[in-house]
Design a protein around this ligand. Sequence first.
Ligand code: NAD
Length: 479
Amino acid sequence: MIKNYVGGAWREASGTDSLAVMNPASGEEIGRVPLSTAADMDAAVQAAKAAYPAWRDTPAPERARVLFRLKSLLEEHKEELARLLVTEHGKVLPETRGEVQRGIENVEHACGVPTLMMGDTVEQIAAGIDSASWRQPLGVFGIITPYNFPVMIPLWFWPYAVATGNSVVLKPSEQDPLTHQKIVELAEQAGLPPGVLNVVHGGRETVEAMCDHPDIVGVSFVGSSHVAKIVHTRASASGKRVQALGGAKNYMIVLPDADMDVALEACSGSIFGSTGQRCLAGSVIVGVGDAHAQIRDRMLDSAASIRLGDGLQPGTDMGPLISAAHRDRVNAFIDQGVSDGAKLSLDGRGATVEGLEGGYWVGATVFADVPPDVSIATEEVFGPVAGINRAKDIDEAIRMMHASRYGNACSIFTTSGKAAREFRYQAGISMIGVNIGVAAPMAFFPFGGSKGSFYGDLKAQGRDGIFFYTDQRVVISRW
Ligand code: NAD
């Protein structure tokens, strides 16, 4: 049974309920995670509250130095973390290496906190009066993260929160919490004082205790839109600031003038990478005019050649889904798509891998021609399933995209600067790829969506991360 990390000590949760952590490629149990109670949450919040005053008083460059040391330790342990991550998540090793790297980049960015926290000044804003703003930390923040990037997503948040002088309680996903335990050990080794970062494992009840806790000043959440909305509403109700990043249904528009090799590689990587379990994964390809038949035929050929397997084995293109329940959910979406009249051209249901029959497999699946209002076209599947549709021109393609209630990411493939500009102007979606399949902002830019993909104001990473975890105090002075 893994332990909570409270006040710098590894502690057993007080409740008796727990869940299994599985290796999704084999279906074997590799650990157990406790379902912590409201009392466990309170203990962590009290530890964070106690640590806050001294940590806030620690000069910003000293706080940054702890993160510099963590960055070096993460680099030293990069391969070990990437391999461990394959065993609890299932994605393939090159993908877990990429995830660890993206996490490290957030730690690197947070190391710049003495500069990032700078305020503004104006002399003589009125006669004999000067004005200046300071960014100050707020206290204890709660962070709740999903299963699909269990290394990177916590690092979108807690390094910024602690760099700015706050303390934190993290509630990682109960489905794959093991690799981040190792990162917490490294943070301790880097010199992060006891109580500045605390970890409480659990599920719904643990999250609810965090949302309701009177001593938590703000909550960062990433997960499905349904839960994002619940967390946003519940935590806001007790006066907390909240940023809640939700689900997605991402469109990829291919124009007839696109470089089809670039479009194919990007669309295929986006839809089937991480077995479709990414909030930035492409889901619907819209081929405009003649591009439709070309991208459809090439996607079908390429998807049919994707090899399923254990992510640690060289030559594996795609790993399993996270759980048996999620595999069944993805299969149910495919079943429903077929009954709703979508044309199933490549069927990944029932896929298996020799020697790993207990794994949670779904092969690459392609629907060519999907009616616009059926569930496979409108809902987030979060699996290796592509829908390919046709539009007569870019305006119709953008209208199709606008009909989605989600607004996380979108991409266009074209060699026309004018078309790309028009797309950016009209998209109404927060993360936009131009000849890029996974429109992932780097650590220096904000990460988060619009419409039903995001509840809140300030996003993850970048300057938004600094702003979310600080308040601007403005001083107006006359001497
Ligand atoms: P999830 O919503 O099931 O769980 C997310 C977190 O919320 C977990 O820590 C979980 O324990 C907790 N939780 C689950 N149900 C809850 C409930 N009823 N009440 C309170 N807390 C609850 O999401 P997931 O399946 O772990 O992750 C996949 C989802 O996350 C997808 O929808 C994906 O698009 C989304 N996601 C979004 C982004 C983004 O940047 N927008 C990034 C990654 C993942």
